[in-house]
Write a protein that binds this ligand. Structure first.
Ligand code: PMT
Length: 405
């Protein structure tokens, strides 16, 4: 790491570092020191509670900059106090991020300089949660974290170990060296998809049966939205063709909303010709009801027979049309993962396929985590153990980048 810092990988970057009131606040001092060694200009904002743990003087000396501790103090360095730091930041980082701060951030509160800056900035934001295990695992905190992740914040996973409160579990702030490594790696690949158009599909399709019913599946869109969000953050122009989903549109992404497989096909074909890569994370219905009733079907005694007909296989069609595009499919399998995935890879003429075992409770549909095997056209296989969908999205995009001409 020392060698990497000497290469000044963050040269010219302006980083705003928020410190909130947790016992791990002292580790933020080393984070500032390392960021500076890596070439960054660091501006620290401390919450009121953070000042009970570490003094402003420490951060002033280590950052070489004035430290912001209040909304109302006389600010000498910044032109418009409330938003100056928000505009100046190339990247924002909060170390440690307490449960209280996460709750305020998730709710969009702006009652101090840190939350105000967070709300006003358009820079990428990294949050490093650190707290007691029970507080971390509390469903409210987990809900706040999910919401922040869905809004595009980068969460630095807390470590497990002995916490200051004497409990052993998850919630410890990762070592400063690891936090800074994540920032450096993000900045290194930050814009590696600049100028590329990436078409992503997400969510499940719905095939109407009558005006009130449809055939659908359990896809929430989380996997596809994570890919779209990560691609936009890396500079790509992203079009997200999405089935119905409750997720917000990630910033910088153009969403095209569709409902049925045939609507998805039309939207995808419209965007395909000038795309550099297509990543099909959507769960598309293979069949649709042959006849859609004009009025609500009334129940009657006895059985009800539904006749289904085939939907177009969008990905197969793209495989036939493909010229320069990198084509990535997903395979959602419950058995014979490798055999079926390799079959789809060949049949649909893909560059690679992301095979996920959807029989697992912690992978596939409607969860924030996934694990997958990436089967490449050249026969190589990359194993991605259980991780967040955001992390897997990054890995998928790394491989897309390698496949791009
Ligand atoms: O949305 P989440 O809740 O986060 O869940 C994520 C996910 C489980 C939906 C995702 O990880 C996933 O596996 N997506 C693909 C689901 C699927 O339809 O797999 P498949 O094996 O049936 O299809 C293979 C590929 O062909 C897929 O890329 C699919 O988009 C595509 N396909 C399938 C059928 C069809 N008619 N047209 C297609 O283009």
């Amino acid at each position: 790491m020392a060698d990497i810092l000497a290469q000044k990988p963050l040269d010219g970057k302006k980083i705003v570092l928020g410190v909130t009131g947790g016992i791990a606040a002292y580790k933020a001092v080393e984070v500032v020191s390392r960021l500076r060694k890596a070439g960054a200009e660091v501006h620290v904002i401390m919450t009121r509670a953070a000042q009970d743990f570490v003094t402003e003087l420490t951060f002033r000396e280590i950052s070489g900059q004035a430290v912001t501790t209040s909304m109302w103090e006389k600010v000498t360095q910044h032109k418009v106090e409330h938003i100056a730091l928000a505009n100046l930041a190339d990247l924002m980082l909060v170390v440690p991020a307490t449960a209280n701060f996460l709750a305020k951030a998730a709710a969009g509160l702006a009652d101090d300089m840190l939350t105000t800056t967070l709300l006003a900035t358009q820079a990428p934001v990294f949050l490093a949660p650190a707290m007691n295990t029970n507080m971390y695992e509390n469903p409210v905190t987990q809900k706040n974290l999910r919401e922040l992740a869905a809004r595009g914040f980068h969460l630095i996973e807390p470590a497990s170990g002995l916490l200051a409160c004497g409990v052993t579990g998850k919630g410890r702030l990762p070592e400063p060296v690891d936090i800074v490594a994540q920032v450096i790696s993000f900045c290194a690949k930050e814009r590696d998809l600049l100028g590329r158009k990436i078409l992503v599909t997400a969510g499940g399709t719905r095939e109407p049966l009558d005006p009130v019913r449809y055939l659908g599946n359990r896809s929430t869109g989380r996997m596809g939205y994570a890919i779209a969000q990560a691609a936009a953050a890396r500079g790509a122009k992203v079009v997200l063709v999405s089935g119905p989903s409750a997720l917000p549109v990630p910033s910088g992404v153009r969403r095209v909303s569709v409902e049925t497989a045939r609507e998805m096909r039309e939207a995808v074909l419209r965007e395909f010709d000038d795309a550099d890569a297509v990543i099909k994370a959507a769960a598309v219905a293979d069949y649709r009801p042959k006849n859609v009733a004009a009025n609500k079907i009334k129940k009657s005694e006895g059985e009800f027979t539904l006749v289904l007909e085939r939907n177009p296989d969008i990905l197969w069609e793209l495989g036939q049309k493909k010229r320069q595009q990198v084509l990535v499919g997903f395979a959602a399998e419950t058995t014979k993962l490798e055999e079926y995935a390799r079959g789809k890879l060949a049949k649909k003429n893909l560059d690679f396929i992301v095979a996920n075992d959807v029989s697992r409770a912690d992978a596939g549909f409607a969860v924030d985590t996934n694990c997958a095997k990436l089967f490449m056209r050249d026969g190589t296989v990359h194993d991605c153990p259980l991780t967040s969908k955001a992390e897997l999205a990054g890995i998928i995009l790394d491989h897309v980048r390698e496949c791009l001409p």
